[in-house]
Design a protein around this ligand. Structure first.
Ligand code: 4FN
Length: 236
């Protein structure tokens, strides 16, 4: 799986990929991330990536030309990507379904914004789709890009170890996780539920399933609704 990230803060992406499961996937060569400093695609002495907004108003807008030149360079070095994603609050909401879809592509480019916004022609001429990680204000597209790389890379075979992938199952099924406990069995009067200490594996499985479903219904009924829509069945 190939990613190219276009950003004015390449070290933010490097730092985010240095550790953890995805970091190991990168080391193993299963995930190939190349980070491109947008400023290297400028042509003026000051390496300008932003300018004042037409029509006035506060803040600065990212210029179109550096993004176009970045994509030309990526196409030349790495071939035509399957998708060019602009990370933006106007995008479709990124969810596990979107992660699964992107993981089926071989080569994805991620464009990160900064300042007040990006010249609309980046959408029209460079991006092929637009994704948002959620409804909140962030300072730039870099942390959203890292989230997308993380979620997609986990679905690339071999990136997540066998042990971790078992844990992933309940997420993949689209419901919340059950409560987890480890030693000690009692901490400041808070005891681990007896069933988990009982050694009755079938009982443990039942309890976990019940807890996971109860929590999902109480805290995220929308996840159950979505499962009904996707599978026509909230049981399996
Ligand atoms: N954000 C909102 C409304 C208006 C602006 C923002 C906002 C970074 C360049 C975009 C935000 C959220 C999810 C990228 C937010 C995302 C961004 C994302 C993002 C700097 C301009 C900006 C109504 C959503 C709160 C700043 C709502 N997923 N502008 O955050 O890039 O990917």
């Amino acid at each position: 799986m190939k990613f190219d990230v276009v950003t004015i803060f390449p070290r933010m992406i490097d730092a985010g990929l240095a550790e953890g499961v995805v970091g190991r996937g990168v080391e193993k060569g299963l995930v190939d991330v190349r980070v491109h400093d947008l400023r290297t695609f400028t042509t003026d002495r000051h390496r300008t990536v932003d300018d004042v907004p037409y029509g006035g108003g506060p803040g600065m807008v990212m210029k179109v030309e550096p993004f176009v030149r970045a994509l030309e360079a990526i196409r030349a070095e790495r071939g035509a990507p399957d998708s060019v994603v602009l990370l933006s609050p106007q995008g479709r909401l990124f969810d596990q379904g979107e992660a699964r879809r992107l993981s089926g592509l071989g080569h994805v480019v991620l464009l990160c914004g900064r300042y007040e916004g990006i010249d609309e022609r980046v959408r029209d001429l460079v991006a092929t789709e637009e994704l948002s990680i959620g409804d909140f204000v962030v300072s730039g597209g870099e942390t959203p890009a890292l989230i997308v790389i993380d979620a997609v890379s986990r679905l690339v075979p071999g990136v997540v170890g066998d042990r971790e992938s078992v844990e992933q199952d309940s997420f993949a099924q689209g419901i919340l996780d059950y409560p987890h406990y480890t030693r000690p069995a009692e901490f400041e009067g808070h005891r681990v539920p007896d069933v988990l200490l009982s050694g009755h594996h079938a009982e443990v499985r039942r309890w976990r399933m019940q807890q996971a479903l109860q929590r999902t219904i109480e805290r995220r009924p929308d996840l159950i609704e979505r499962r009904v829509k996707e599978t026509g069945n909230e049981r399996d």
